[in-house]
Design a protein around this ligand. Structure first.
Ligand SMILES: [Zn+2]
Length: 132
């Protein structure tokens, strides 16, 4: 899950990214390369807790045909973590959502099964446990 909906302010181009968003965008590009998703046009945005499902830290919406999408990450303001743990956990969300996009064609109908699969792959890619 780690995930929710959209506003697309950054995608509109009229709004400069905050330093945190720029950092996340660089991480997103790095992970896209690593996962062979260079040809996807993905944007990242920070969202408040109200915009996310309870107990989630992010969300994604994507169009597999157009290879476009938006990854929403919980704003640090609403986070339960600080410092290095916060930065790592936000990266975990990016990887988690990218894995969702990649495994979507094989998705199990059961959401818990899907989340388990995605979290196992995410942890393997990051090679360490995520704080949340
Ligand atoms: Zn998930």
């Amino acid at each position: 899950m780690r995930a929710i909906a959209t506003l697309l302010l950054c995608a509109m181009g009229g709004f400069p990214m905050s330093p945190v968003e720029s950092h996340l965008d660089r991480q997103l590009k790095t992970w896209q390369r690593r996962l062979g998703m260079d040809d996807w046009r993905l944007t990242i945005r920070l969202v408040r807790q109200n915009d996310l499902d309870k107990n989630t830290w992010g969300n994604a919406e994507w169009d597999p045909k157009g290879k476009t999408g938006t990854i929403s990450v919980l704003d640090p303001v609403d986070y339960n973590l600080r410092g290095a743990d916060l930065r790592l956990d936000m990266e975990c969300t990016i990887v988690h959502e990218l894995v969702h996009m990649q495994v979507a064609p094989f998705d199990a109908p059961d959401e818990n099964v899907r989340e388990d699969v995605v979290n196992h792959i995410m942890t393997a890619l990051l090679n360490r446990a995520c704080p949340n």
